[in-house]
Design a protein around this ligand. Structure first.
Ligand SMILES: Nc1ncnc2c1ncn2[C@@H]1O[C@H](COP(=O)(O)OP(=O)(O)OP(=O)(O)O)[C@@H](O)[C@H]1O
Ligand SMILES: N[C@@H](CCO)C(=O)O
Length: 301
């Protein structure tokens, strides 16, 4: 016996073009995590669905590390952990699988130990474990999130997106770890590129908050991460172009990639099929999914 808690956490698409390491959106694709916490010394981890057989089931598991971080923080003596994960978020594709695992572990452990930590404390811990806030923020809070890191603290605003906004995501068959996708980035960018991104990130938030989605065509381009990551994602520019030709408002790398996300009001299947066909011309096997923006973030179920 012990305390059993089950949580559901959404996948996320981060950066959204120019908002590198800051802007994120929660998506209607979910992982579930069930934690049983007891006084009996025990560790058992079971992973079903996406990542089964690949995700470590020992002390290297990041959901377990998140749980242990909470247990240490609140000083509980209960160290018996039985963990079961049911995943639908594809692994290492740019849809926030690691952020979902971290947030799920933190939220479940906090509930199992009597809700001693606030959402802000959980957000800070999640940001420290993940290394940047843009996936963990929407995974925790839902909606569209804007995050900054100030010293040891992260701060986040979230808002509800325009109801008609849909996400069409082309998911390549190959994985790309965030660590590798960050290694290709430059240490510094020019003032011109910084201004390019700042102005577009600002316009993007204006367009999303005012529901002026036609502005996304001007707001989504990026110069500080996507051009450098293009070599890791064969066909990237062609997939963006084909999505726009099929009716999308614009497109971006989802997170660190290799998923590419198109933003649209309509024609989702036409756009998805065009993206998959464009990838195929570059010998990349892919599939597509259509998602809305999740408004709830992490929930106890
Ligand atoms: N449910 C899970 N439980 C434990 N570890 C997981 C889980 N899901 C993902 N991970 C770990 O996270 C790694 C993938 O993280 P990575 O940051 O590279 O990609 P991502 O989070 O899917 O994409 P992005 O951060 O670009 O959105 C996996 O290789 C695995 O080690
Ligand atoms: N902002 C992060 C998101 C992926 O975790 C990146 O692009 O590296």
């Amino acid at each position: 016996m012990g305390t059993l808690v089950k949580v559901r956490v959404p996948g996320t698409t981060a950066n959204c073009g120019p908002g590198f390491d800051s802007i994120g959106m929660a998506c209607t694709i979910y992982n579930e995590l069930e934690l049983t916490l007891s006084g009996r010394e025990r560790l058992s981890i079971e992973v079903c669905g996406e990542g089964a057989g690949m995700i470590p089931c020992d002390e290297h598991n990041i959901a377990l590390q998140a749980i242990q971080a909470v247990l240490t923080r609140v000083g509980t003596k209960e160290r018996g952990i039985v963990l079961r994960m049911e995943n639908t978020i594809p692994l290492a594709r740019g849809l926030g699988s690691s952020a979902a695992a971290i947030v799920a572990g933190l939220v479940a452990a906090n509930v199992a130990t009597g809700n001693q930590l606030s959402r802000e404390e959980i957000f800070n811990m999640a940001t420290q474990i993940e290394g940047h806030p843009d996936n963990v923020a929407p995974a925790l809070y839902g909606g569209i999130t804007l995050s900054v890191v100030e010293g040891k603290n992260a701060h986040c605003l979230n808002f509800t997106p325009p109801a008609e906004l849909k996400l069409v995501v082309a998911i390549p068959a190959f994985g790309l770890s965030t660590q590798v996708a960050r290694q290709v980035l430059p240490d510094a960018v020019s003032l011109e590129d910084a201004v390019f991104n700042i102005s577009r990130a600002a316009l993007l938030i204006g367009a999303l908050t005012q529901g002026k989605l036609d502005f996304l065509q001007y707001a989504l381009p990026d110069r500080i991460h996507q051009p450098y990551r293009e070599k890791l994602i064969p066909g990237m520019a062609a997939v963006f172009q084909s999505a726009i030709q099929a009716g999308a408002l614009g497109a971006a790398i989802s997170g660190a990639g290799p998923c590419l996300v198109a933003f649209t009001r309509q024609n989702c299947d036409t756009i998805g099929e065009a993206m998959v066909a464009a990838f195929e011309k570059h010998e990349v096997v892919s599939r597509y999914i259509v998602m809305d923006i999740d408004l709830r973030g992490a929930v106890v179920i």
